[in-house]
Every structure is written in C-alpha cells, then in structure tokens.
Design a protein around this ligand. Structure first.
Ligand code: ADP
Ligand code: MG
Length: 795
C-alpha cells in the first residue's frame, strides 16, 4: 500500500477584524503568507523574522460546517466504511473553533459539526451497503491532566467495565484503552444520543474538576465491524475513526493563568509538546524510536500517527492581529504534521468462532462424502468416529485372540482402527511392564526371606551331611567285589544300588565273589553310562515313577533334582492358562541340550579328561577281569590237583596199610605241580589285588571328573540363565519339594505366597544338602595311589 502524509487543512474562524494586512490567504494555491514588519521600537537592526510562508493540503477560509464535512469528513468516512482507520484532529489555540469544527453548536442544526454529520452520513452509507452487516460501536474519551475519563461510563450496565482506564500495549480489542466502554449504536439517533451523553458528562466533569473544555483532549471514536452478508462470514473487517478535539495550543504566558489553571496549562502544553515530538520523530525517517508513551494522548493516538491510518489535521486559526503568534505556531505545527507519512491498510481479521463453525460445516460435508464413497465401494458400517468403550473392548478381544493365535489376523479397516489398535497395544505393554516390575519386587522380597530361613537351617543340614557321608564311607570300605562304588550322584539311582545291599552280598559270598563282583561292576558301568546321558539327567519324566519309587527312601533328594524339567512344564502351563495381560514367565532352555552344548564348548577339556579316564578305567577293569579269570582257573586246577593227590594218598595208605609216608614218583610229581600252581595262583592273585586297587582309584577319578564337569556346567548354566531361573524358582521349588511329599503337591496352591516362601526355602536347603552329600561321598577316603601307570590326574 502506498504511504501518504498526514493531510493538513487550515480552517479560519470567521471574524470581522481579520488581520488582512499581515495575513494573506490564497485558497487557490493553499498557501498563507504572513508579514510582520519589524518593530521599530526594538531597533531596525535585529534578527526578527518578518515573513512566513506556509503551504497546506487545503485552506478553508470562512468555510461552512457543510463544506468542512464535505472536504474533510466525507472522504475519511468513505475510507472508514471500506475498512481503513481514520483520524481527524482539530488543532489550534483556544477559541480558534476546534470544538465548533468537531461538534458544532447544538442549538442550530445548520451549525452542527463534523461528528454529527459523520454519524448521519455513516448510517446513510450503512443502509446503502446491503451486502454488508456492519456493527457500529462508539466510545468517548477525555484526557485531562494526564487522566483519562470515560465520558460514556454512565451508560455502562456491565460492572466489569467500571475499572480504571488503562492503555494497553497490545491492541487486543478494537480500543487501545482497557475498560473504556464501547456502546453499540444501531441507529443514527442512538449514536447522536451517545454524543450528547458524552457532552453532558463533559460539562459535569468540567464543573467537578474546575476546568473548562479547552484544557482537555476529547476523543470521540466510531468503531465499525463489517461482515459480508454474501461471502464467508468468518472474514471480519475492523475499522475505527478517531475524531479528536485537542486542548488549546496557546502558550502558557498568554493565558495568564495561575494556581490550578497553571498546572492544567503545564499538562496541556506538555502533552501537545509530546505530540509535537512524536510528529517530529515520525517525520524523520532515520528515527526508529517514536516516543508515543510519553503522554496519554500520543499513546492513545499511536495507531493514528505513523500507522495504518488516514489522518487529517484541521489547523484552526483565529486570524486576528493579537493572535498572530499563535497562528504562526499552529501553522508551523501543521507544516510539520504534513511530513508524517502513514500507510493506510484494510484491517481484515478472521473471527475464530466463525472459522470453527465453517470447519465444522466442512467436516460434516466431508464425512457425508466419505460415507457415500464407502457405500459405492461396498464398504458398510465403517467407523470414523472415535471408538467408544464397548467398541474398544471388542477390539481388545480381537487383539487378545491375535496374540494367542499365530494364525489369527486383524483385518485392517481404516486409519481410525489402526490408531485404536496401536493405542490398545500401548496400554497392554504398559500394563505388562507394571506387572513385571511388581512381580520382580515380590520375588526379590521372597528371595531375601528364603535366604534368612536357609541360613537358619544350615547347621542341621551340615550334621545330616556328615552322617550321610560316614555311612557312605563305611559302605565303601567293605565292598570287595563292588569295585565301582556308588553311581553318578545326579542321576536316577540304579535298581538295587545301595551300599548296604552290596555289602551284605559281598559278605555272604566271600572270596568266591571275585568273578561276580566283576560282573556286577560291568553292569553298574552300563547303568552309570545311562545315567551320564544328559537326557536322563535333565529330561526324566516326572510321571514315570519307576525310578523314583525304587529310590524313594534313599535317594529322595537326588530324584528331586531330576525333576527340573517339570518347572518348564508348569511354567508353560501357567503361561498358557494365564489371563491375557498377566505376567509372562521365563522358560529356561532345556538342560540336556544345554549340557551337550557345554560339553562341546566350555566343558570340552574336562569332558575329554573324563573320557580318557573312562577308557583307562575300562582297560584296567578288563585286565582285572583277566586276572580274576586266571586266578579262578588256577584255583580250579589246584582244587583238581588236590583231589588227585588226596586220592593217591588214600590209595597208597589202603594198599600198604602203612602209616609211614612214602611218596612214589607220580605223587611227588603231582606235589611239585601243586607247588607250582600255588605259586602261580599267589602271583596272579597279587596281580589281581593290585589291579583292583588301580580300578578303584580310576573309578574315583572318573567320578571326580564327572562331578567336576557337572559343577562347571551348573555354574555355566546359572551364569547364563540364573536370574531367570530365580524368577521361576517359586514354581520350581514347589514342584521339586512336592516330589518328596506328594500330599503337598497341589498346583492350585501355587498362588499362595506364604507357601511359595516356605517351599522355596525348603528346596534350597535340600538342594544344598544333596550336593554336599554327593561331594563328600565322592571326595572322601581317596586311597593312596598304588603303582598306577598312566592315569590322568588333572582333577
Ligand atoms: P475552541 O474549541 O477552539 O476553544 P470554540 O469552538 O469553542 O473554540 O469556538 C469559540 C467560539 O467561536 C464559539 O462560540 C464558536 O461558536 C465560535 N466559532 C468558532 N469557529 C467558528 C466558525 N467557523 N463559525 C462560526 N462560529 C465560530
Ligand atoms: Mg473547545
């Protein structure tokens, strides 16, 4: 928009003693020439200025009120209705006709001023603008001694508008003055009533404040709010017109005032000085700061001066000789005012409420179109609104089914549904996280309690272990033929494998048991090999009671350890039966498979040693078996030979009937043979004895190797899955312990936290006891190393 300077029009007050000799007005050229000859009394040589020339936009000399309206009021009013802000200022000395110009006289209709004429014309224009809905509001503000007075406050019904008037920095509303009452005027009459109401209040305040109208600035403002009746209703044009009757611009000395009036004059002059400063600042293009805030007047008029406003100043002059100085001063101010440039623009804004209504209407139409589109595509009952509670519940059920069944699919319908699915998943995830946190806290708490209980039971379990190990030792001492001792601890106890039974058998059979002992050993070896198979160690079926029933009394604890896979089953079962959204338990990997992996990886070295030792043990056993067979064979030969010799002896005694022993050659030869056989037997028996010691030693080594391998595996397994197992131990413990006491094995008690704690504590202690017993059994009473050869001793 093109900027234009503030228009300045000079109006002269008609007077009979107009100073034609010193003041020449040329309305054709809109110029004024003033010539004041030098005062001869002060000497001819002085710097006194004699001539002044002024040029303005227009000079209305002795013009009528109608002419003033046509020239000044009408163009700005037109712009106002088109949406441009406007300001008309009446400037000049007191008595120059400012009030007459703005308001006119109320007695005579012909002498009415700009304001009533503008009002009258405004409503005529509005009535012609049928395509626009225009609302008119009016405010009337007086500034006196830097105080603001709302001249229409008496009409306020609304108490909220009764607060002190305050100039706001941000132009939030149509007015810059907060709490200034804006009265709606629907007709010309209403608007004129407001003007007269304000005038009346001005007189009252004049009386109360001991002032007259020339000492205050009065701002009558008309606000328009225009909406098109045919175009979009959300587009609103706001415009306003300030009609300002300024206080008298005369100098203080001229008024010859004193007291209150002096104070008033100070303020009046001060605010006009500030107005002048603002005008000077605005006319200087290099200035970036405009001192609007120095006075109320400049602050209120800041958008009229140097803003987006059509501004016009009427410089009222009183062209008599005695006021020539004031006239010059007014004309000077007017000249400066002409340097101020404004950029008028239409103030278009958008009404938020109307915009919302418009968007709502658009959304409704689009939804309608969408449903039509769906129908054409054979899509029925598609949900576009946000889901309600019931619909959310149904969707949740669908999601649950989707999670539980791999083959399940959720048919995608539209974006709204996808968003709701994501929402539901988010909720589920948050729920799971919260529950897991709570569960781990609970498990931690229980673990602490269990540790305390376990420590309390430690002494008792130690005693028990000692008893067990003593018993085990005493069993081993007697086992002449039981060359392999006990089986592998963490397996199923082989049938009939107890130290006691073996001991009894060996006692009965005595030495002749050498052969059968060796056979028993090989049988046990087979059993042991079976036990070593990891599948038997970790995958024993808890429902298959063949093994556990046989060993219920002696190997309860060992068999309990075999029940570990049951944890897995129960956990899985619990997971499967758990409600949707409940906690997810960890399932530790299959121990047998892990054991195989371990044997190939971290435990490879130990496994190799174990295998080597087992090979050596096998060889030793084979040698021992050979010795045993040889010894038995020699013994049989000795027995046979003894029989022959005895028979010969009997026959000889019977023939000779002689008690004197006389050996014949055959007999002597047999005796010699017997002697050789006995030597042979003794030698072989010694070898067998030595070999059995070696076998025994190898057995222990193999046992220790196996134990070591298992310990390392346990440690490795715990390090990998320990924390997860701890979580599932609550269930596992119950199952393990329940094997020993079937009556307690009630899965439905799993949820009982008190029993959890109890069973787990018991299981921990039992487990510890079993391990200690096994270790003591394996490591105790290792015999001194015989003349063994190449057995690996890496343990
Ligand atoms: P101001 O408001 O500048 O102090 P007023 O408007 O009160 O001066 O004018 C002072 C007197 O002069 C009033 O009685 C008014 O009627 C009269 N007057 C001023 N200008 C004119 C004019 N152009 N025509 C007729 N009377 C005028
Ligand atoms: Mg006046």
């Amino acid at each position: 928009m093109k900027s234009k300077h503030v228009k300045v029009v000079v109006r002269t007050r008609p007077t009979s003693d107009f100073a034609n000799d010193i003041l020449q007005i040329s309305p054709e050229t809109n110029s004024i020439h003033i010539h004041i000859p030098k005062n001869s009394e002060s000497g001819f040589i002085n710097n006194q200025q004699e001539d002044w020339d002024f040029k303005f936009d227009q000079i209305l000399h002795n013009a009528s009120q109608e002419c003033i309206f046509d020239e000044c009021g009408s163009p700005i009013l037109k712009s106002l209705i088109d949406g441009y802000n406007g300001t008309i200022l009446a400037y000049g000395q007191t008595g120059a006709g400012k009030t007459y110009t703005m308001t006119g006289t109320t007695e005579n209709y012909v002498h009415r001023g700009l304001i009533p004429r503008i009002i009258s014309q405004l409503y005529k224009e509005i009535s012609n603008k049928t395509q626009m809905a225009i609302t008119v509001r009016i405010s009337y503000l007086e500034i006196y001694n830097e105080q603001m007075v709302d001249l229409l406050a008496s009409l306020n019904d609304d108490e909220t508008c009764t607060g002190a008037l305050k100039i706001v920095d941000e132009n939030i509303g149509p007015s810059l003055v907060k709490n200034l009452s804006l009265q709606i005027a629907n007709t010309e009459e209403e608007a004129l009533n407001l003007l007269f109401e304000g005038e009346t209040n001005k007189s009252i305040s004049e009386h109360q404040l001991n002032k007259n109208s020339s000492r205050s600035h009065c701002i009558f403002t008309i606000y328009l709010e225009s909406r098109s009746r045919v175009e979009s209703s959300e587009k609103v044009i706001y415009s306003k017109l300030n009609l300002v009757d300024l206080a008298g611009s005369e100098r203080l000395s001229k008024t010859q005032t004193s007291g209150v009036s002096l104070q008033e004059a100070k303020y009046i002059n001060k605010s006009l000085t500030f107005l002048e400063q603002v005008i000077i600042a605005l006319s200087d293009k290099k200035r970036d700061h405009i001192p609007y805030r120095q006075s109320k007047l400049t602050n209120v008029l800041r958008d009229a001066l140097g803003g987006n406003c059509n501004t016009l100043m009427i410089a009222n002059i009183w062209g008599v000789k005695e006021h020539i100085e004031e006239t010059i001063s007014t004309l000077r101010f007017g000249t400066r005012m002409m340097c101020v440039a404004n950029t008028p623009v239409v103030n278009v804004q958008y009404d938020p409420m109307a915009l919302i209504k418009k968007y709502e209407r658009e959304i409704k139409e689009l939804k309608h179109e969408l449903s039509m589109h769906d129908i054409l595509n054979s899509k029925m009952n598609i949900q576009y609104e946000p889901y309600n509670d019931n619909q959310k519940y149904e969707l949740r059920k669908q999601i649950k089914s989707y999670i539980e069944n791999e083959n399940e699919e959720i048919p995608i319908i539209n974006v709204r549904q996808i968003k709701e699915i994501f929402n539901q998943f988010r909720k589920l995830y948050i729920n799971l996280e919260t529950e897991n946190e709570e569960n781990s806290k609970l498990l931690k708490h229980n673990a602490n309690l269990n540790n305390q209980q376990a420590n309390g039971n430690n002494d008792n379990s130690k005693q028990e272990h000692e008893n067990n190990s003593n018993k085990s030792n005493s069993d081993k001492d007697d086992g002449v033929g039981d060359i392999e001792g006990g089986g592998f601890g963490i397996g199923v106890a082989p049938n009939g494998k107890t130290g006691k039974n073996t001991k009894e058998k060996s006692k009965k059979k005595g030495q002749s048991k050498v052969s059968s002992a060796t056979n028993n050993a090989s049988e046990k070896e087979k059993q042991e090999e079976n036990l070593e198979s990891s599948s038997q160690i970790f995958n024993s079926d808890p429902n298959n009671n063949n093994n556990t029933n046989n060993t219920n009394n002696t190997n309860d604890q060992e068999s309990k350890l075999q029940e570990l896979p049951l944890i897995q089953k129960v956990l899985n079962k619990e997971n499967a039966s758990s409600n949707f959204g409940s906690r997810v338990s960890f399932s530790p990997p299959n121990r047998s498979e892990e054991f195989e992996i371990f044997k190939r990886g971290n435990g490879a070295e130990m496994n190799k040693i174990l295998t080597e030792n087992k090979v050596i043990l096998k060889e030793k056993k084979k040698i021992a078996k050979g010795y045993a067979e040889c010894v038995n064979k020699i013994k049989a030969q000795i027995d046979d030979l003894r029989d022959i010799i005895n028979k010969k002896k009997n026959d000889r005694n019977f023939d000779t009937n002689n008690t004197r022993e006389v050996l014949d050659e055959d007999e002597f030869h047999l005796m010699q043979q017997m002697q050789i056989l006995k030597q042979h037997y003794r030698s072989k028996y010694d070898s067998l004895k030595n070999c059995r010691v070696e076998v025994e030693y190898c057995l222990r080594l193999v046992d220790q190797c196996r134990q070591k391998l298992m310990q390392e595996f346990e440690a490795w397994y715990d390090s990998l899955y320990g924390s997860h197992i701890a979580e599932s131990e609550g269930v596992a413990t119950k199952i393990n312990n329940s094997i020993g006491d079937q009556s307690k094995f009630k899965l439905d008690k799993i949820n009982n936290q008190d029993s959890y704690t109890y069973y787990r504590a018991k299981k921990n202690v039992d487990k510890k006891n079993i391990r200690q017993t096994i270790l003591k059994g394996r490591h105790s009473k290792i015999p001194p190393i015989p003349s063994s050869k190449t057995i690996s001793t890496l343990i």
